[in-house]
Design a protein around this ligand. Structure first.
Ligand SMILES: Nc1ncnc2c1ncn2[C@@H]1O[C@H](COP(=O)(O)OP(=O)(O)OP(=O)(O)O)[C@@H](O)[C@H]1O
Ligand SMILES: [Mg+2]
Length: 267
């Protein structure tokens, strides 16, 4: 379980907080979506939820981050990294820069956890296989496409097997097949008890993946509830979020006097 309570965070050197009074709870096995317009504060919430802000990024946090009932204030970065895995918006920023191959890159996390070589190799193989990128194992991590880099970043995360995962737009550069593979891997993780927070602009993906969705606007959580309720909320477009296709279709049908129930959509 991971919980942010009344989190207000300022980047170093800024007077105004980037996020205000954010309270968000992820139970074990739960996948929570986070949506909102550009600059709303989604990435900042990700940084605070994994403890990197302020532990690594600096700045000031009021409120608390609690993981499995323990306050995270003052904990060292390596401890936070074991508890919460994060994949950033831009996979290039996440690459170690020291691994010669994708296999080594994905192995770095488990090795840093001090796992034996046999276990590390097994985890790397499994992570690559889950995302069907075994064929990238021998490639130079610096010479991948954006989508390949994104899958490698997620594989690195899977190989660490953290109990909590924060993903900042993990599928932004992925084609539909890559997006489906990531969704399946995330569902499997959640089924095993991992708690996930996922920032995503693809409402259709969230629709099939998340039990709950929270909306961020101007640094605050303005709505938080069951996925179907939030994604059908009339205010969604005003918050800079495009509703999923089934909701748009239902509205288009309703506007023409047809029964939205024919597409099984929430109104
Ligand atoms: N490193 C930083 N230093 C100072 N201010 C920052 C920093 N990163 C983000 N901000 C500010 O914090 C606010 C929230 O930005 P954030 O990156 O969290 O938004 P976002 O919802 O992730 O946007 P996007 O959809 O574009 O990724 C913005 O006003 C932004 O300018
Ligand atoms: Mg962002």
């Amino acid at each position: 379980m991971l919980e942010l309570r009344d989190a207000t965070y300022r980047y170093a050197g800024y007077a105004n907080p980037a996020i205000h009074d954010v309270s968000l709870r992820l139970d074990d096995g739960e996948i929570v979506g986070l949506v909102g317009a550009n600059e709303a504060g989604k990435s900042t919430i990700c940084l605070v939820a994994c403890g990197l802000a302020p532990a690594s990024v600096g700045g000031g946090l009021e409120g608390s981050l609690t993981i499995d009932g323990e306050p995270m204030k003052g904990r060292p970065v390596h401890e936070l990294a074991e508890r919460v895995g994060i994949a950033f918006q831009d996979p290039a920023t996440q690459r170690s820069g020291i691994a010669a191959t994708v296999f080594e890159e994905v192995a770095l996390g488990p090795m840093n956890l001090g796992l034996p070589a046999r276990e590390t190799i097994a985890r790397v193989r499994e992570a690559l296989a889950r995302l069907r990128i075994e064929d990238l194992a021998g490639r130079d991590p610096a010479r991948l496409s954006g989508g390949q880099g994104q899958l490698v970043a997620i594989a690195s995360l899977l190989a660490m097997r953290p109990r909590h995962i924060v993903l900042d737009e993990p599928t932004a550069q992925l084609d539909p097949e890559g997006t489906r593979l990531v969704a399946t891997a995330l569902r499997d993780l959640a089924a095993g008890g991992t708690a996930l927070l996922i920032v995503e602009h693809k409402a259709d993906l969230l629709d099939g993946l998340c039990g709950r969705v929270a909306v961020v606007a101007e640094g605050r959580i303005v709505a938080d509830g069951p996925t179907a309720t939030i994604l059908a909320d009339e205010r969604l477009a005003g918050w800079g979020v495009e509703p999923p296709s089934r909701v748009r279709l239902a509205r288009a049908l309703a506007a023409r006097g047809l029964d939205p129930a024919v597409v099984g959509a929430a109104s």
